[in-house]
Design a protein around this ligand. Structure first.
Ligand SMILES: Cc1cc2nc3c(=O)[nH]c(=O)nc-3n(C[C@H](O)[C@H](O)[C@H](O)COP(=O)(O)O)c2cc1C
Ligand code: SF4
Length: 517
């Protein structure tokens, strides 16, 4: 009988030796004259267990991890015998980290073969698109609006309203653009989704096309994601051959085709108008709004631009109905959020759950505190433009409005944890430096302000005129916040001001010399 084994093809697992492990497992099986089939799945999202090997047994899939190429021979021996092995964890779905999740957007990631359209269909794939074709454009927009889905790229704008604007705007050519630039620190959900369930994003984009009348789509993927690009390209090709993409998709009257485009590595190219400039082959600088991309977007045509997670969530909303999705969550944050736990944590990874879970639960209970064994001191939520939260704010529920009320943001759902050795002056300096490096240069508060902000924080670190210079930084932050054209300059004050406000003791600490960092 053929031994069926799953080994992730996810980039993080590959970085930990998954490719070498897959090859070694094959060699070990051949040496024992065993027939073996290795399926390369996405990651289950438990980073500390990757590469997680899974053996298909009559009782279900049994996990072994983290496995190294050197473990291949003993693993094959165990698989051929009673399955006992020091790396055995039992069924992955019984791990508390997975058991506590509600996986809607990530329902198939780690489970299916990302390159197999039949496997996708066998796990509920294409039901959303079939339903979308059956109910037609305006009912699709209604369903997405009713679900309460808000953009997962950071701004949290209602997806249904965006789609309606494009649907209502006349034009001979419209576009669906997927923002897969994923530049935020500590985020990896877009990558995991594209590598682990690329057909889901294709389905979501096709539904957006049917809803708005757009016939062409682009996925703008950062160049640092070669595995995601390969996964998307392979899936797009298969989808084309199966008429999920192309003329008259799934035998309907709707045409929709799509392709990937590779970004060149600027953080600001994640900002939607910069991204459109870049897609058009120009330098990535921010466009003034209006006009909105929904009216005049790519090549001046009506364009839906959505994050990977927003688009990949649409198929389940259509398949299961708006109520099913909307019933999860709290307040105006409906459904689930694929939260990314990163930084100094024992249990980092992808944790999808309904909105409403507190920051403390995520960091202490699920993340298991700091990997270094030291106390958690600060948590940055929402990427490099997100605020630093101290332990006193750990009761904040994961919810757009609750975070905004505490001068923070949930952004794309990235959480980066720091222990008590962090120097918050340096984190504040880093925020300004990051903005100075990544600024597109279009507006003065950001282009000049970030440079002056970094210089002034360096004076504070050196112990020069500290109280006065803190006031200068606070004043500068107000100018950046209210005078910048986009959120890069406009939100850099969040990490800076939160560091000053919640960790004042650091700013009056021992003077230090700044070496080049
Ligand atoms: C500096 C900057 C970087 C951004 N980077 C990203 C990104 O990497 N991915 C993303 O989806 N949105 C990013 N955004 C937000 C986008 O401008 C836009 O709001 C989003 O793509 C809209 O999709 P959504 O409604 O599905 O969230 C960024 C915004 C700014 C200001
Ligand atoms: S805030 Fe910065 S990145 Fe945004 S438009 Fe102005 S200069 Fe460009």
């Amino acid at each position: 009988m053929t031994m069926r084994i799953y080994v992730p093809r996810d980039a993080a697992a590959i970085a930990c030796g998954a490719d070498e492990l897959a090859a070694a497992l094959k060699v070990a099986a051949i040496a024992r004259k065993l027939d073996i089939e290795i399926i390369r799945n996405g990651s289950r999202g438990m980073a500390w267990l990757d590469p997680l090997v899974e053996l298909v047994t009559p009782e279900g899939r049994i996990g072994y991890g983290p496995a190294e190429p050197e473990d291949a021979d003993s693993l094959i021996a165990a698989f051929a015998g009673d399955g006992a092995h020091k790396l055995r964890i039992g069924k992955p779905e019984d791990q508390p980290f997975l058991k506590r999740q509600t996986r809607l957007t990530f329902a198939r990631v780690g489970i299916v073969d990302p390159r197999d359209l039949d496997d996708y269909k066998a796990h509920g794939g294409l039901k959303g698109l079939e339903k979308a074709i059956a109910i037609g454009p305006s009912a699709i927009v209604d369903e997405v609006t009713k679900s309460g889905l808000r953009g997962r790229g950071g701004a949290g704008f209602p997806t249904g309203i965006k789609w309606k604007t494009v649907a209502d705007t006349a034009g001979p050519q419209k576009y669906i653009v997927c923002n897969a630039d994923e530049g935020d620190s500590g985020t990896f959900a877009d990558r995991m989704l594209m590598e682990g369930d690329p057909f889901c994003l294709i389905e979501g984009m096709a539904i957006a096309g049917v809803a708005t009348g757009a016939t062409k789509g682009y996925v703008y993927i950062r160049s640092e994601y070669p595995h995601a690009i390969a996964a998307m390209d392979a899936a797009i090709e298969k989808a084309r051959r199966a008429n999920v993409l192309g003329k008259g998709i799934l035998g309907s009257a709707h045409d929709f085709n799509m392709e990937t485009r590779t970004g060149a590595g600027a953080y600001v190219c994640g900002e939607e108008t910069s991204l459109l400039e870049s897609l058009e082959g120009k330098r990535g600088t921010v466009r003034a709004k209006p006009p909105l991309p929904a009216h005049k977007g790519l090549f001046g045509k009506p364009t839906v631009i959505n994050n990977v997670l927003s688009l990949a969530t649409v198929p389940i909303i259509l398949a299961e109905g708006a109520e099913h999705y909307r019933d999860f969550g709290m307040g105006r944050s409906r459904g689930t959020m694929p939260i990314q736990l990163a930084g100094n944590l024992n249990y980092g990874g992808l944790f999808e759950t309904a909105f409403g879970i507190t920051l403390g639960e995520l960091v202490d209970d699920i993340g298991g505190g700091c990997f270094t064994g030291r106390p958690v001191r600060a948590v940055q939520v929402g990427g490099p433009l997100g605020a630093y939260f101290p332990r006193e704010l750990f009761d904040t529920p994961f919810d757009y409005e609750a975070f905004a009320a505490k001068d923070g943001l949930i952004g794309h759902g990235g959480i980066v944890v720091f222990d008590d050795t962090v120097d918050m002056r340096r984190q504040a300096r880093f925020a300004m430096e990051f903005c100075a490096i990544e600024s597109c240069g279009k507006c003065t508060p950001c282009r000049i302000g970030a440079v002056r902000g970094k210089e002034t924080i360096e004076k504070i670190i050196a112990g020069k005129d500290v109280t006065r210079n803190i006031a200068v930084v606070e004043d500068l932050c107000q100018t950046m916040k209210f005078g910048s054209l986009c959120a890069l300059g406009g939100f850099t004050p969040y990490p800076v001001l939160s560091a000053i406000r919640h960790f004042p003791e650091d700013f009056h600490g021992t003077p230090q010399r700044i070496a080049a960092e």
